[in-house]
Design a protein around this ligand. Structure first.
Ligand SMILES: Nc1ncnc2c1ncn2[C@@H]1O[C@H](COP(=O)(O)OP(=O)(O)OP(=O)(O)O)[C@@H](O)[C@H]1O
Ligand SMILES: [Mg+2]
Length: 454
């Protein structure tokens, strides 16, 4: 049921309108001065406000302004007495939805209200849709809650609000592009474009015209003017992927754009001003290129105002069960929502394999397994060779840093095993305990000890 607030200092009008609109099935709230009305606007979940213009104390116009400040979308209809029509025009300028003249025709006021409510419903639906869309991009659909990833999320939250340049590093397939998108879609630029360009995939001349655009006739083949990515990303974000591959001549140009936020198209003389947030990524250590002169140091510092290092899958091995479940869902043919399990050998292989291709490799392995597998359990024979041939012994050197006291090392391993057992059993404590060969109360004790919350 939709709720309408009626505001008038004349009690008669309140009574008449309440009866008229109540009969239409709306829920009616009334106030006989603007102050009380404002309190209701702030607290209640209203769909429409109808207010008289002239009231002692705070006027209807003031109320309109306050409403627009607190709830800009909430429609407000003004009631004007004879002779205050200029004020009604003024109110429309201040974004009143409509006005009605007193005394009013019942049919007319009912129609106006119906239209206002319909319009508001559309506005709300629209907002919910956009919210749902941007929610989908919260951390850009990133899965994982291991400690190193929580740190990345935290950094994303912090940097998304600022305009500072961020350099995202990490091995291939760790999710650098996903991090860049998360920063963009969580920040104030989210309704503006996210434009990306791979600096390693294009020749120098092509890269230049892709970045800065070109004028008609700038070079053979330039049959028309073309805007560059910097122009397309205006007020939004430009993601420079594999920035370490950028040739030196373009590094100079890029530095100038980052400093001045202006440039000319290739073959052009007009200076173009833009407002672009720059994020960049590299799977190589650019530090090395800086020290051997292949990458300009000044540019490196411009790009690397904030540094986010995305952990490899090996460093976030605790996330494997979550990622596996996520990808199984992704590659499950719609409609066939069978529960797919992994055989114990598959889990073992997943935990001992070093995953040089990181999350992308895991994703590919699951996609392949889903195609080749026929039953409800993914078995070892549908895994690619590199996984089945993997060494399955526990490699102490890899997991435990040197000189860790034995007790601490054992606790570290214990914590991981408990977390893993819980994740693999969908957080059903009894199952996890059974798989670990311990009692349910013991697993609960361990969860408390390691502060594991499921
Ligand atoms: N945390 C995550 N949750 C779910 N999927 C992920 C996650 N991280 C990465 N992926 C997926 O893994 C694949 C690789 O991610 P992405 O392209 O962002 O990696 P990258 O670091 O940019 O790799 P490259 O260095 O090869 O360009 C994508 O399909 C992405 O959706
Ligand atoms: Mg990438």
């Amino acid at each position: 049921m939709e709720t309408i607030l009626i505001v008038d200092d004349e009690k008669n009008y309140l009574v008449v309108l309440e009866a008229l609109l109540g009969a239409e099935g709306y829920e009616i709230v009334t106030a006989n001065d603007a102050k009380a009305a404002l309190a209701t606007v702030r607290e209640a979940d209203l769909d429409l406000v109808i207010t008289d213009m002239k009231m002692p104390g705070m006027s209807g116009m003031d109320l309109l302004e306050e409403c627009k400040k607190t709830k800009p979308e909430l429609p407000v209809i003004m009631m004007t007495a004879f002779g205050t029509i200029e004020m009604a025009v003024e109110a429309m300028k201040k974004h009143a939805y409509d006005y009605i003249e007193k005394p009013f025709e019942n049919e007319q006021i009912k129609q106006t209200i119906k239209k206002a409510l319909e319009n508001y419903r559309l506005v709300k639906e629209n907002r919910l849709l956009t919210e749902a869309l941007s929610d989908r991009y919260r951390y850009g659909n990133m899965i994982g809650k291991s400690k190193p990833v929580l740190k990345v999320y935290d950094l994303i939250d912090k940097v998304s609000r600022s305009k500072a340049s961020v350099l995202i590093t990490g091995s291939s397939g760790t999710g650098k592009e996903l991090v860049a998108k998360a920063i963009h879609y969580q920040g104030p630029r989210k309704d503006r474009p996210f434009i990306s360009i791979n600096c390693g995939a294009l020749t120098e001349t092509l890269l230049e015209s892709e970045l800065f655009g070109h004028e008609k006739g700038a070079f053979t083949g330039a049959v028309a003017m073309k805007k560059g990515r910097f122009e397309l990303a205006d007020e939004g974000t430009l993601f420079l992927d594999e920035v370490g591959e950028m040739p030196p001549s373009l590094q100079v140009k890029l530095l100038r754009v980052l400093q001045e936020m202006e440039f000319e198209r290739v073959g052009g003389t007009r200076t173009i001003k833009v407002d672009v947030r720059v994020l960049s990524a590299s799977n190589r250590n650019i530090n090395v290129d800086v020290s051997n002169g292949a990458f300009r140091e000044d540019l490196y510092y411009r790009l690397n105002v904030i540094h986010i290092d995305v952990p490899s899958l090996q460093e976030r091995i605790d996330d494997i069960p979550l990622l596996v479940r996520h990808f199984i869902k992704k590659f499950q043919n719609n409609g066939k929502e069978k529960k797919i399990e992994l055989s114990p050998e598959v889990w073992k292989a997943f935990y001992s394999y070093p995953w040089p291709g990181n999350i992308r490799e895991l994703e590919n392995v699951i996609e392949r397994a889903m195609v080749l597998n026929s039953g409800e359990t993914i078995t070892i024979d549908v895994l690619p060779e590199q996984l089945t041939g993997a060494k399955t012994e526990f490699d102490v050197e890899r997991f435990i840093p040197p000189n860790v006291p034995l007790q601490k090392a054992l606790e570290e391993i214990e914590e991981r095993l408990v977390r893993r057992a819980l994740a693999q059993s969908n957080n059903v404590q009894a199952h996890a305990a059974k798989n670990l060969g311990i009692t349910k109360s013991l697993i609960q004790h361990k969860m408390k000890k390691y502060k594991i919350i499921v």
